[in-house]
Design a protein around this ligand. Structure first.
Ligand code: ADP
Length: 444
């Protein structure tokens, strides 16, 4: 399984970063991305579509008006500041809103408009006058369910009689209660309980079934089986929709098991590149030396914001304290923080409240902070075998070619680590220039 990507810090000399289950870390990362995302992620790729019936015409829309939505729903969309459908929404919305309903499997990276799309589908199919659950959305965690619920509430602001209810652990409803809310969002275990044990939800009346974050879902023990048990009890005319940010084989197999006769939509992920990054290294004897070099660089060039990566939490803490004592405004993003705390650290950094962010890999993976001009590897990323961790290097420094700004990257290298750096240089076939930290004129 390739889910270890979120836990790249788990090197032998750094066991303190370990200990989280994959599913938990994946869910935390996904939540973090949602908490800090303010706008759509751009993509230079084309949307790929595979229709279940290739002979039927393929519609795409350039405006929300073309979808002939209820007035109050269109108002909700505009109130959210959406002017036109995102790339995947252009293709997905006509399928999702078609009559008769069509099933869909959609994959695209987070931030491309999947949630907004299925929330729109749910809201457009709900009958506000009917007081029973009509749409069911499964999410991997309580927090992710709440995030989706918030989108329903915002987009459905003008759909006055439509209400959401959360089927999550801790939300206890007396047995025999007549549930009048039309949209249910919950985690598989609790939903299963509400449907079969407590009989709060009549699955035969569900019109739209959404399985969100399928990749996170299948990594959490028991969730696939529970989801499949729920899906089996749905009526055949129920619309089934599945979303995932990634698509390894395991997600794919699950998707095809749970969604009958699907249309398939894919948007390839933007590749990271080192082309628009100037890379340098500074040879150092020890940690103090690295610190001095860092200060020289920092003093020598005018920079916007910087992210500094350390290999261990301990190093990250040490560096943060040093920088603070020297009067820099720094914040530390570390694995000990809760997801909400991490989100707020990143948010403050985004807002420019701190100019320097010190972190280990764990938290900063997959979080793009566009305005960052400098990335510093205070320690080179290595794997447990003390070989260079190429993927992590690329993730720390790389930008997406078309939308990314130019950047600078500095590697602080102890002499004995130089061979590792040379390997990185060869691997990416890109040049990393040596820098004399006393002479910043070399940077240009
Ligand atoms: P995903 O579910 O793929 O992660 P979201 O639906 O959460 O993506 O959308 C990512 C961000 O973009 C959110 O802040 C959302 O409000 C915004 N967004 C979604 N669709 C549009 C749109 N058509 N126009 C502008 N912003 C949008």
């Amino acid at each position: 399984k390739s889910t270890t990507v979120t836990n790249v810090d788990g090197s032998v000399n750094n066991t303190e970063e370990d200990g989280e289950e994959d599913g938990v870390e994946l869910a935390a990362n996904s939540l973090l991305n949602k908490l800090i995302r303010q706008s759509l992620v751009e993509s230079s790729h084309r949307v790929e579509v595979l229709q279940k019936d290739p002979s039927s015409p393929l519609y795409s829309v350039k405006t929300f008006e073309e979808l002939r939505l209820k007035e109050e729903l269109l108002k909700g969309i505009y109130a959210m500041g959406f002017n036109r459908p995102s790339k995947i929404q252009e293709m997905a919305l006509p399928m999702m809103l078609a009559h008769p309903p069509q099933n869909l499997i959609a994959q695209s990276q987070s931030g491309t408009g999947k949630t907004a799309a299925f929330v729109l589908a749910m809201l457009s199919r709900v009958n506000a006058l009917e007081l029973f659950p009509q749409c069911l959305c499964l999410a991997p965690t309580y927090e992710l369910a709440l995030q989706t619920g918030r989108v329903v509430e915002r987009m459905g602001k003008f759909c006055v009689d439509v209400q959401v209810m959360y089927a999550i652990r801790g939300n206890r409803i007396p047995r025999g209660t007549h549930v009048t809310k039309q949209i249910i969002i919950g985690t598989p275990g609790t939903v299963l309980d509400w449907c079969f044990k407590q009989k709060l939800i009549d699955l035969t009346k569900i019109r739209v079934f959404v399985l969100d974050e399928a990749d996170v879902m299948i990594d959490t023990q028991g969730f696939s089986d529970q989801s499949i048990r729920i899906q089996r009890a749905l009526p055949s005319e129920c619309q089934m929709l599945l979303f995932s940010a990634t698509f390894e084989d395991s997600v794919w197999q699950f998707a095809e098991r749970i969604i009958p006769d699907p249309n398939i939509i894919k948007l390839r992920k933007e590749e990271l590149t080192l082309h628009n990054i100037r890379q340098y290294y500074v040879l150092c004897r020890n940690r103090k030396d690295k610190y001095q070099a860092l200060c020289n660089i920092y003093g020598g060039i005018t920079i916007g914001q910087a992210i500094i990566f350390c290999q261990t939490r301990q190093n990250a803490k040490w560096l943060t304290v040093e920088l603070m004592q020297d009067g820099h405004q720094v914040s530390l993003l570390s694995g000990e923080l809760t997801v909400d705390q991490r989100a707020s650290v990143i948010q403050r950094f985004r807002d420019g409240k701190e100019k320097v962010l010190v972190t280990t890999n764990v938290c900063a993976r997959g979080i793009d902070v566009k305005q960052v001009t400098i990335v510093v590897n205070f320690d080179l990323p290595v794997n447990p075998a003390e070989e260079p961790d190429y993927e992590t290097y690329l993730h720390r420094i790389g930008r997406t070619g078309r939308f990314g700004r130019k950047g600078l990257a500095f590697n602080m290298i102890e002499v004995d680590k130089l061979p590792l750096l040379m390997k990185i240089q060869d691997h990416f076939n890109s040049s990393i220039k040596q820098l004399n930290p006393e002479d910043m004129d070399e940077i240009e």
